[in-house]
Design a protein around this ligand. Sequence first.
Ligand code: C2E
Ligand code: MG
Ligand code: MG
Ligand code: MG
Length: 289
Amino acid sequence: HADIAMYSAKEKGRNNFQFYAPRMHERAAKRLRLEGDLRRALERQELTLYYQPQVDVNTGRVVGAETLIRWQHPELGLIPPSEFVALAEETGLIGAIGEWVLRTACTQAKKWEQAGLGKLRIAINLSARQFSQPNLLRTVQSTLAESGLDPSNLELEITESTVMVDVQHTIRTLHELKNIDVHLSIDDFGTGFSSLSYLKQFPIDVLKVDQSFVRDITTDADNAMIVMSVISLAHNLRLQVIAEGVETVEQFNYLKENKCDQVQGYYFSKPLPADKFERFLQQDLPAEA
Ligand code: C2E
Ligand code: MG
Ligand code: MG
Ligand code: MG
């Protein structure tokens, strides 16, 4: 019996292998191609930044923007970060790409400030590998100096799962960044199971409530309660709260009633290329300005 079982497992295994091999090969080939293309994307200027407005709930004014990377691939079209940021991390390309994002975003924010569009706070996303790079502080400092952007106008977003990778490293790094006056936020809050006792040791300014909770606050009582609790937790720790993924007026009203500070989502605007974001800002300026 044992022999028969082994034999059929082998047979099955072989069949599975034959069945999956072409698809695995296809996927590996696609990855290899993307990796090669990504290596050249920076010098070919195919990477581009989109900006999504962050709106103050009480004044309705745009107070910041989150920078979101896109890859304008010559044949494959516009590729979202979900399809290449992990690859950039695995290949180490994230170092150069991350520095480009930081430099481009800071320069852009300074340009908007000089054009009289207001002192926006520009937020950029740091992936786990970027956050663990020993030259992070120096890179941030020199980029701020070169662009002339005030450090308090730069916000660095680190996901809740990234901060939990190595908590001692996180506490040290966040303090170094806080010392130069950069704003710090925890992204995707609520998805990473961070310990609340660590949270108060992180010198952060903002919690960003993950969009998975925001999505159905008006239909799912549990998620509504979670969002409400995160808001009061943040306020008790003297942090601001930004809700992401706000798509409807009902979601916005709930967040406003529950004293959320800022909101971001398709209800206000999708992420926009720089020129369109600029036009969005101009519409937002009060008439007398
Ligand atoms: P994230 O930082 O949590 O960004 C929020 C994501 O939600 C963005 O997706 C944004 O386009 C999307 N979003 C905004 N408003 C809405 C809404 O109302 N409804 C829905 N359904 N989605 C909304 P995106 O641009 O595809 O970025 C995905 C993730 O990729 C980001 O999540 C961030 O973790 C990462 N990422 C983006 N840009 C960069 C970057 O420059 N560097 C690094 N390391 N990661 C980045
Ligand atoms: Mg983010
Ligand atoms: Mg997020
Ligand atoms: Mg996310």
